[in-house]
Design a protein around this ligand. Structure first.
Ligand code: URA
Length: 247
């Protein structure tokens, strides 16, 4: 038997939240010990023999790492809570009992590949600018962008006082008044792809992330997810197409 510790300390040690926040969660009835909701302070737990759940998910210090690729539908938020009560991506992975979180974000109106994990270290590596993890999007943009406009985006444009890094763009076809373009970037600024196309006069009408590095969304149905193996995780760090360096 290990030494019992206070419930709020255990939640904090597992990276759920601060001790103070844990007290709030306990008072709000969001924490269970061995299936029983605990709302009073001062309860101690033995993590070796007792099961603690937060929002019905098992809380554990040594949860095995889990990596999930979800096909996010539009209309879902990528935050872990939403004051407006909108659907959350974590609602779609309800079958997973450990606490997982999305790696980075996708806009409410963007669909496509979204990684979820409980591995904070990997999540940080993927998002750290030094790794330049590429993300590829399929964008339907309004009108028919001229070659020079696409080239501006390839080389970088001034966006909110800062140049964007070089990007790869390929025109995939025309559909009515829209152009389908594949764009690969390695930055993660807020609404970056939308802002880039807006800046050259071709607003994005529809946006879908189709790959992280060489990890493709493939034919995963919208709203569905699958578990990823170690080999697939490596693909995230392989660039899809080498990005052109600025001359
Ligand atoms: N760029 C955007 O504009 N939106 C996203 O959701 C992702 C990248």
């Amino acid at each position: 038997m290990s030494k019992p510790i206070r419930l709020q300390k255990f939640l904090a040690d597992c990276g759920i939240c601060s001790r103070r926040k844990a007290e709030e969660y306990i008072q709000n009835g969001q924490v269970k010990v061995d299936g029983q909701v605990i709302t009073t302070m001062g309860v101690t737990v033995d993590p070796k023999t007792q099961e603690v759940r937060f929002k019905n998910r098992i809380v554990s210090k040594q949860a095995p790492p889990i990596y999930i690729l979800l096909h996010k539908p539009t209309g879902y938020v990528t935050t872990l809570s939403d004051p407006q009560g909108r659907p959350m991506v974590t609602d779609l992975v309800a079958g997973i009992s450990t606490r997982i979180f999305p790696v980075g974000r996708l806009d409410l109106d963007t669909s496509g590949a979204l990684l979820l994990t409980n591995d904070g270290q990997l999540a940080q590596q993927i998002q750290h600018p030094s790794h330049e993890v590429t993300k590829t999007y399929e964008a339907f943009v309004s009108g028919r962008p001229a070659y020079e406009k696409l080239n501006q985006l390839r080389h970088g444009i001034m966006l909110e006082g800062r140049m964007t890094a070089p990007a790869t763009l390929q025109v995939k076809g025309q559909e009515g008044k829209l152009t389908r373009i594949e764009i690969t970037i390695h930055e993660g600024r807020k609404r970056q792809v939308r802002k880039m196309f807006q800046a050259v006069g071709h607003p994005v009408i529809e946006l879908k992330r189709i790959a992280y590095g060489q990890l493709q969304l493939g034919n995963l149905n919208v709203g569905k997810y699958r578990l990823l193996g170690a080999e697939e995780i490596k693909k995230i760090f392989l660039k899809k197409i080498p990005l052109q360096k600025k001359k």
